[in-house]
Design a binder for this molecule. Sequence first.
Ligand code: SAM
Length: 276
Amino acid sequence: MTGKLYVVATPIGNLGDISIRAVDILKSVDLVLAEDTRHSKKLFAHYEIGTSLRAFHEHNEKDKTGSIINEINEGKSIAMISDAGTPLISDPGYHLVTKAKKANIEVVPIPGPSALITALSSSGLASNSFTFFGFLPSKPVARLKFLQTKINLDETIIFYESPKRILSTLENMLEVFGESREVCLAKELTKSFETILTDRLPNLIEYLDADISHQKGEFVILVASADKIDLIESEHHLDKILSILCSEMGTSKAAKLAAKITGIDKKHCYKRALAL
Ligand code: SAM
């Protein structure tokens, strides 16, 4: 007999946001793996779930995966939850799910909230095409560099950010994306102080600056896609720079320099230079 691995989404704030099926599964499995067992005990108490909890987090995931797979193969059904939202989404679980699939174990998703989708659904930004990048680099230089490679993306881009860095990250975004880019700041979703503001960056920075309490809590940042007109203009600008540089040096060096000047991806600059 083989057990199953259930990947169960739990609330991102409001305890009511969990499916009936998720509660049933958490009650019926042999064991629940949880990022922080103390944290999950509150959820378990609320829904009268008596199943034993075992710690499973980023520091022990790799060590514990083998024995968990053995337990499932011996017939146990095991559920995995994280502190909030969907496991694996900026949370542990990837290693276990990959190994379980390789061992032909059935992995059953039990869907529920995730902060990025919750934020996107209420942001007012384009939802037909988007990319989620998780947490931004914590060091300002690396963060700026990372953001510069995203300037021209023609889709909504989504990030998680900690309260410690929310102000400096929005300041970096203003430097990179400019004053006119629309951004949604989704704070404390599903909780008492839920705030979802879609505005231009200077106004969002003003909001964060106005009161230190505005910088507290959990944040999702969604950046609107680059304006089509902006995109065309920036391609024209890039072509101009490239034609000057290419007349002075080799294509590869010109592309590298143009990427540094414009913040546009090096490979894209190279392709563009070849097409001149
Ligand atoms: N697995 C979770 C999910 O599915 O969304 C994400 C876990 S990640 C470790 C935690 C980050 O998600 C927070 O720092 C914040 O950026 C975002 N987040 C989680 N809950 C949130 C909420 N209620 N409101 C806004 N952002 C939230």
